[in-house]
Ligand binder design. Sequence first.
Ligand SMILES: C[S@@+](CC[C@H](N)C(=O)[O-])C[C@H]1O[C@@H](n2cnc3c(N)ncnc32)[C@H](O)[C@@H]1O
Length: 228
Amino acid sequence: MSSVLNLSPRLEAVVDLCPKAKVIADIGCDHGLVTAELVLQDKTEEVIATEKSAQCLNKAVSLADSINILQFVSFREGDGFEPTTKHDKIKVAIIAGMGGDEIIKILENKPKKLYDFVLQPMKDAPKLREYLVSHGFKILVDKLVREDNRFYDVIRVTKGKDNLNELELIFGKTNFTDNYEVFYEYLIARQKQLADFKAQVGALASKLQFEYNKIGEALSLFEEQAEN
Ligand SMILES: C[S@@+](CC[C@H](N)C(=O)[O-])C[C@H]1O[C@@H](n2cnc3c(N)ncnc32)[C@H](O)[C@@H]1O
């Protein structure tokens, strides 16, 4: 759905993939847009908004104050889940706009029973997926979102077992099943970017060459699917 605060496509997808829940944590809330949108869309009775930077947390407080929703948000300064306790009874948490490594670090210290998350890694998504499937998470939705010329992974997980093949680990499971248009645009754009870079520098570093090859495999899969 479109957002009350007119969010960017990335943040709109983060909020859309977040289920309704009594208490939602927004870890690394920064500007507070996601926190505020969750309240305005009536997705929750309480948001626990955490931030390791006091300056960023203040931005979220100011936004909530300006739209009169302070009573629905508990603002906490600190690293990841550190400023939360089991008495908060967090049902779902959002960790968006950070690198995959930072998200993994935060998940390592999550509340024990909490498995419902919306994750939005800015890089290292394959590493995050490997972590998720080897730590008791099941990926429900994992889709690319386009914002101008950038593409973002948005991943909704819950508790369970998952088994991803190599291409799903690299590119995201549900991109292959129900996000064809954006995913295809991404593959073509990234293939061109890497090909142009290769033309400039002569040869790609092994990590980029690997990615280039896997993009080729993913595109071949698309062509096969289109023929059938
Ligand atoms: C780029 S902003 C993203 C903000 C928002 N979540 C979004 O997706 O637009 C990342 C924010 O996460 C905060 N952050 C990074 N690591 C954190 C951690 N371990 N615990 C709490 N906040 C963290 C940063 O201070 C920063 O404000």
